[in-house]
Design a protein around this ligand. Structure first.
Ligand code: AMP
Length: 113
């Protein structure tokens, strides 16, 4: 379950356009971008989805959000952006390694589909 395509990206077994890395997190461009800027931010710890995170992950989850903020600044998204966390089947999740989508550089409609 934990050996997803994102785990392979963390281990550099498959290529990715990495824009950010620290001890806890990795940020890379989505291969199928839904906006001019579409970056995925993932924990290096293989948490499958938000509903499987627990209290011990509190600081890590906060770190991921602040990492999104940092990357948004790096990408000059001063006009705003959207952060999406798909969880489980009904949430539209397809890769079961927790990830935040950072979408920006165009106006985004609401509500989502
Ligand atoms: P989700 O539907 O929330 O699970 O999102 C998974 C995302 O991962 C999708 O937007 C995919 O386009 C993206 N994705 C899948 N494989 C790769 C890959 N090898 N490199 C970068 N992004 C990927």
């Amino acid at each position: 379950m934990s050996d997803t395509i994102f785990a392979k990206i963390i281990r550099r077994e498959i290529p990715a356009d990495i824009v950010y890395e620290d001890d806890l997190a990795l940020g890379f461009r989505d291969v199928n971008p839904q906006a001019p800027v579409h970056i995925l931010v993932i924990p290096k710890k293989p948490i499958p989805m938000l509903s499987e995170a627990d209290d011990a992950d509190q600081a890590l989850l906060g770190h991921l959000l602040l990492t999104v903020k940092k990357i948004a600044q790096q990408e000059n998204l001063a006009k705003g952006y959207r952060v999406v966390l798909n969880t489980g089947e009904d949430g539209g999740q397809t890769v079961f390694h927790l990830h935040l989508h950072l979408l920006g550089d165009r106006p985004l409609a609401w509500p989502p589909g």
